[in-house]
Ligand binder design. Structure first.
Ligand code: PLP
Length: 245
């Protein structure tokens, strides 16, 4: 079995949808894959009365040569989950496509905050006071201010990053005190449950705190997230195929 996370029925159901538009099935060019994912997201957003979300192509583990066709097709928003991997791949690609917008979607260690601030345009994983302090210091030194999203552990899962919903107000207050603007919220819902209640809860939290951005939805559930008001969806498998690791 190539999919690592296929064990839960809920996730399997969602991945079936993802794979229905995955490159192994659809084939086609980078442009065709992007268009098919964007069309699904746009239709779902319209059903929910929302604007089409920004599609972030999550290129973690994908080599630069396989990213190039997506850049050549005009796509500009890309996501990575590890600072070091992004440092290896992106400077050369960015030299060719300077208007690329890079999103960090994985957990960030405080000792990598400066590297992350130097490279990324948006950091989706702000989830604790020590990281807020490290990011504030890094932004001052780098004279660069990437957009920041607070990651919420919406399902209260022990193994997952993100601030508990109950601790979100304190985290936002800490960010404000440190002079950092938080633009929105990000989450990864539990893999073995229906995602819609979790997406709805994240949207409610964002409304409560007057935060405009909502980063939610992956290959298996980005249509549901788009219908519930995602402004940013993070799609890897449906664009690049199944990851080997
Ligand atoms: C890998 C990853 C994605 C993309 O997942 P797919 O299921 O391959 O679309 C999105 N968000 C985060 C945080 C990720 O780590």
């Amino acid at each position: 079995m190539r999919l690592v996370r296929v064990m839960h029925p809920g996730y399997r159901r969602r991945m079936k949808k993802a794979i229905a538009i995955a490159p192994e099935v659809v084939g086609g060019t980078a442009a065709a894959r992007l268009a098919s994912a964007q069309a699904l997201a746009t239709a779902a957003a319209r059903r929910g009365g929302h604007a089409p979300p920004t599609l972030i192509a999550v290129s973690k583990t994908v080599p630069a040569e396989a990213i190039r066709p997506f850049l050549a097709a005009g796509h500009r928003h890309f996501g990575e989950n590890r600072v070091q991997e992004a440092q290896v791949k992106w400077p050369a690609l960015r030299a060719e496509w300077p208007d690329v917008q890079l999103h960090l979607v994985g957990q960030l260690q405080s000792n990598k905050a400066r590297d992350a601030v130097a490279l990324f345009d948006c950091i989706h994983s702000v989830d604790r006071p020590s990281l807020i302090a490290a990011l504030a210091a890094a932004m001052a030194r780098e004279e660069r201010r990437p957009a920041l999203l607070a990651q919420v552990n919406i399902g209260g899962e022990a193994q997952k990053g993100g601030v508990a919903p109950a601790d979100l107000p304190a985290l936002l207050a800490q960010a404000q005190a440190a002079g950092l603007a938080i633009s929105g919220l990000m989450t990864v819902p539990p893999a073995d449950r229906e995602p819609s209640p979790f997406f709805a809860l994240l949207a409610q939290l964002a409304r409560d705190h007057h935060l405009p951005w909502l980063s939610m939805g992956m290959s298996g559930d980005f249509d549901i997230a788009s219908q519930l008001g995602a402004t940013h969806i993070r799609i890897g498998t449906s664009l690049f195929g199944e990851r080997k690791s």
